[in-house]
Design a protein around this ligand. Structure first.
Ligand code: GDP
Ligand code: MG
Length: 262
């Protein structure tokens, strides 16, 4: 029997809560998925039309930490030593639609690189998940020297142009790029910026992606997380349309997002 990836919904909130947590998600405000391009998921008795973003990559690269930072709460388990995510987990945000049920979904997938046999199973599951996702955040770590397993997985997962267009490479842990500095508050030195430039160039060649598909960040130092969301906005815009909202929702929005303009 073909293995399937079980998904546990960790939290469900309104999109407004996500925008309040991080203003960069304002591109979702007053929007809803174009139903014909949405990903369909059965939720209990009803069908949901979703915009879906998935995070994949080796265990320990900071997928869960990054997603938690993006949504502003500890939704996904993180672990310094052992890979802890064995199933797909998601944070779901309801769009304010009148008729169809629609969500913006951010999902954390089990990490690869722990065991070759497990990786083979995960690759097939990842391929199914990628087919349904609108964007895929593929994690790498800036302090990693050898990307052999990552390149192997990437080549298995992204074959067609359509698959490759979905990819954003999140080059995480830039705080650990050489030469290390411990300045507080965190800031990259000129030497680190130069190392990062070389690293980006190498990744472009090794993974055959464009420079603008790579976002450099540090989840723990909260560096350039908005840059990652801005890139997501670029990839997801074509799948969104103006929301068909109720006046009640509009009133709720206006009173709950004080001072922010979108
Ligand atoms: N220095 C540094 N450590 C990080 C960063 N992001 C995550 N980590 C650490 O890496 C470890 C694994 O993170 P986790 O999010 O569980 O990785 P996952 O397996 O990819 O989900 C944790 O100890 C995190 O604190 C980062 O940007 N910089
Ligand atoms: Mg994890």
């Amino acid at each position: 029997m073909k293995p399937t990836l079980r998904c546990t919904v960790k939290i469900e909130r309104d999109v407004v809560a996500l925008v309040q947590a991080r203003n960069a998600f304002g591109f979702l405000h007053n929007r809803q998925p174009l139903l014909s391009l949405a990903s369909r998921w059965q939720r209990g008795d009803s069908l949901s039309h979703d915009i879906q973003v998935i995070a994949i990559g080796k265990s320990g690269y900071g997928k869960s930490t990054t997603l938690n930072q993006l949504v502003g709460e500890a939704v996904f388990e993180t672990n310094a030593i052992a890979g802890c995510t064995r199933e797909m987990q998601s944070a779901e945000y309801r769009f304010p639609t009148k008729e169809a049920q629609c969500h913006f979904s951010l999902a954390d997938l089990p990490g690869i690189g722990e065991h070759p046999e497990l990786d083979k199973q995960y690759i097939q599951l990842y391929r199914d998940a990628i087919a349904k996702a609108h964007s895929v955040i593929y994690f790498l770590r800036a302090d990693q020297r050898d990307y052999v397993i990552d390149q192997w997985a990437f080549a298995q997962l992204f074959n067609t142009d359509a698959e490759r267009r979905k990819v954003i490479i999140a080059l995480n842990a830039v705080d650990k790029i050489e030469p290390l500095n411990r300045s507080q508050p965190f800031a990259l030195t000129a030497e680190q910026i130069q190392s990062l430039r070389l690293k980006r160039h190498t990744i472009c060649q090794q993974f055959a992606v464009c420079e603008d598909q790579i976002v450099t960040l540090s989840a723990t130092e909260q560096h350039n997380l908005d840059g990652l969301v801005d890139r997501l906005a670029d990839v997801l815009q074509p799948y969104l349309s103006q929301a068909d909202t109720t006046s009640a929702y509009q009133a709720h929005w206006t009173s709950s997002v004080n001072g922010a303009t979108y």
